[in-house]
Design a binder for this molecule. Structure first.
Ligand SMILES: [Mn+2]
Length: 414
């Protein structure tokens, strides 16, 4: 991916005499000498492509252009023997396109910032840290600490959050990002098919999950999030993730899962009969959810908001649910469908978003209507991933089967 180009575009959006800053983050402490797995800050990753902890990226914009610097930890030969070396300047430069001579050490950071702020003091320089809500809530967040330190030392320094600028950029995916999403979706499909081939009544949900995980492990792909394997009544619990019940004959298995390729997250839901055949009632519910899924995909156009799509899914169910014998005795659509129809997708499963944002080419999001009938032990969700192209939604996950006849044929002939 061309990360330099992304930073060029970021610099274009910043006013002159601003100092943009983003950190890669670090793994939280777990216990003993153990850390939780490291998850790179997605804004940092989006702008540099480097997936390493404890790095700081700085972009200084003046009136003519911008300079950039990356700060890394010094090489520690003792640590290198235990956990391997830190990323070297040459490698960081190769990945990100930042000139190697602009890659410095973290202990030089304060001095560098100080020199910018002093040199251009007359121009009222402003600080643009890229901060997200979750980070500002964490006291030990590196960027939050730096911002507080700078505010103490430069009381007149204005601070603006740069994350809305980066959010807008991240919302529009380029061809290479779409390629990564397609890779994740393709492996998700391979993994689903292997799981379905091995699916049978009496099996534990955890065993089905293990069949899915096999392909991801083999392909060295990460999960976009903790998989949901809910059979029967469990499928009506939205974020059921215990995945430890025996799947009974005659029930449906709802799975919500995905593989991520270079952090680009697939997010797919499919619902299949555990024994290979839908009951007439299950089929009725399934057909309605599928019709809603297809309707929203057709309906989506540039200029609409995700909320518009959600409202349309409510109207669709308003018309269709009475035909299923639902919406009686004061029940509303919300009793059977209480989540929204979709969310933005990208470097995060629930990707960055802007309220009332109108869809445009390059946006990627999910379309995932569901119906949950707790009393009948039926939960169905059908979730696809789509990209806006030429004003309409193109399905990225078209290869993953959702036609009920096709699903039954696959499950019977496995
Ligand atoms: Mn989703």
């Amino acid at each position: 991916m061309n990360y330099s180009k992304r930073r060029d575009r970021l610099a274009d959006k910043l006013p002159p005499y601003s100092l943009f800053m983003v950190c890669s983050g670090k793994a939280p402490y777990k216990a003993g000498d153990e850390l939780y797995p490291f998850e790179v800050n997605r804004d940092f990753y989006y702008l540099t492509g480097i997936d390493e902890p404890k790095l700081v990226y700085l972009l200084w914009k003046d009136k003519d252009g911008y300079t950039e610097e990356l700060f890394t930890e010094r090489f520690d030969p003792v640590m290198a023997k235990w956990v391997g070396g830190k990323i070297q300047a040459k490698e960081a430069s190769r990945i990100s396109g930042i000139d190697a001579y602009n890659i410095l050490y973290l202990d030089q950071l304060d001095e560098e910032i100080g020199s910018y702020l002093n040199r251009f003091a007359a121009k009222n320089p402003a600080l643009y840290p890229c901060l997200r809500r979750e980070e500002t809530a964490q006291d030990d967040d590196e960027l939050t600490k730096r911002v507080r330190y700078l505010q103490r030392h430069y009381p007149s320094l204005k601070v603006y959050n740069a994350s809305p600028i980066v959010t807008e950029m991240r919302l529009v995916k380029d061809a290479e990002e779409i390629k990564e999403l397609r890779k994740g979706i393709h492996i998700t499909n391979e993994a689903l098919k292997l799981m379905w081939k091995n699916l049978k009544p009496g099996m534990n949900e955890s065993e089905a999950e293990a069949w899915f995980d096999f392909t991801l492990k083999k392909e060295r792909m990460a999960h976009s999030f903790d998989s949901i394997f809910g059979s029967g009544k469990n499928a009506t619990v939205l974020h059921y993730a215990s995945n430890n019940c025996v799947m009974k004959d005659g029930t449906l298995l709802l799975t919500d899962l995905g593989a991520s390729s270079r952090h680009y997250c697939a997010d797919i839901s499919r619902t299949v009969p555990v024994n290979g055949t839908f009951t007439p009632r299950q089929r009725q519910i399934y057909d309605t959810v599928l019709a809603c899924n297809r309707h929203i995909i057709d309906y989506a156009k540039n200029g609409m908001t995700l909320r518009d799509l959600h409202m349309e899914s409510l109207r669709f169910y308003e018309r269709e649910l009475p035909k299923l014998g639902l919406l009686k005795r004061g029940k509303t659509v919300r009793d059977y469908y209480w989540h929204s129809v979709g969310h933005m997708l990208g470097l995060e499963t629930h990707d960055v978003a802007i309220p009332d944002y109108t869809l445009r080419n390059g946006n990627v999001f999910t379309v995932e209507p569901g119906l949950y009938l707790e009393e009948e032990g039926i939960g169905v969700r059908i979730e696809d991933n789509v990209v806006m192209k030429n004003g309409c939604a193109e399905v990225l996950s078209a290869e993953i089967m959702k036609d009920p006849d096709e699903i039954e044929a696959f499950l019977r002939n496995k």
